[in-house]
Design a protein around this ligand. Structure first.
Ligand code: ADP
Ligand code: MG
Ligand code: MG
Length: 210
């Protein structure tokens, strides 16, 4: 399980956790409007748990880091997001298994596989007003650009796709998750889970840029 370990991975994980904690109030506010108001708290609780163990990720393989993230989010996040992220991260881990130093294309595959696992477990697809509206376009964009040498640009394009997907959720009534009970009343407010995806993608990019 031990690999050379890419120090950028632990740094990115820390950046994601910090960003989710920083945006707790905004995500909670969104989920108060269209759900049960716990998304910000759920994700911040998971982020705190990750910050407590991120030092132990140093030197670990990408697959074992993804597995560790899956396990702690499953235990701490709870709710729909917790189960879905845990499943997605576990699937990403199996995609990364055996890859000592995953490159851009490997991470693109891992994101695509993880997103597909979330879609499968949640029985949801694009347009259902969920996190998948941000996640799937971003994963597609990364996969399409996986052979692109200008990877910084590719990640920017993926984030833009996620942003557009998340913004577009404000125009759709939900068929999945708690906001489905609100139906048309959720229209005008973007899906909180999709917004959260944009938050952590931006955090990863900022961390890779520095
Ligand atoms: P809960 O509704 O259990 O309180 P959270 O607040 O943790 O769940 O997460 C809500 C988010 O989870 C939603 O904004 C949406 O993005 C995502 N979600 C809900 N149901 C599904 C589903 N079936 N498939 C994919 N994502 C979903
Ligand atoms: Mg909720
Ligand atoms: Mg809840």
């Amino acid at each position: 399980e031990e690999g050379d370990g890419d120090p950028r991975l632990a740094a990115a994980v820390r950046a994601v956790a910090d960003a989710l904690i920083a945006d707790e109030a905004r995500l909670t506010d969104l989920d108060q409007k269209v759900g049960d108001g716990d998304l910000g708290l759920n994700l911040a609780r998971g982020a705190e748990a990750i910050l407590r163990e991120v030092d132990t990720y140093q030197g670990k393989s990408a697959a074992s880091v993804m597995k560790a993230l899956s396990a702690s989010l499953r235990k701490t996040v709870g709710g729909t997001s917790g189960a879905l992220y845990a499943a997605g991260l576990l699937r990403a881990a199996s995609e990364l298994e055996g890859k000592q130093t995953p490159g851009f294309a490997d991470w693109a595959k891992a994101l695509a596989a993880g997103s597909a696992a979330i879609a499968q477990l949640g029985d949801a697809k694009i347009g259902d007003r969920t996190m998948l509206d941000a996640l799937l376009p971003a994963a597609d964009m990364l996969s399409a650009a996986a052979n692109d040498a200008a990877t910084g640009r590719a990640f920017g394009d993926a984030i833009e796709a996620a942003r557009q997907g998340a913004a577009a959720t404000a125009a759709i009534a939900s068929r999945r998750g708690r906001s489905s009970y609100l139906g048309e009343r959720a229209v005008g407010v973007p899906d909180p889970g999709a917004e959260a995806v944009v938050v952590w993608l931006l955090a990863i990019r900022r961390s890779l840029d520095t």
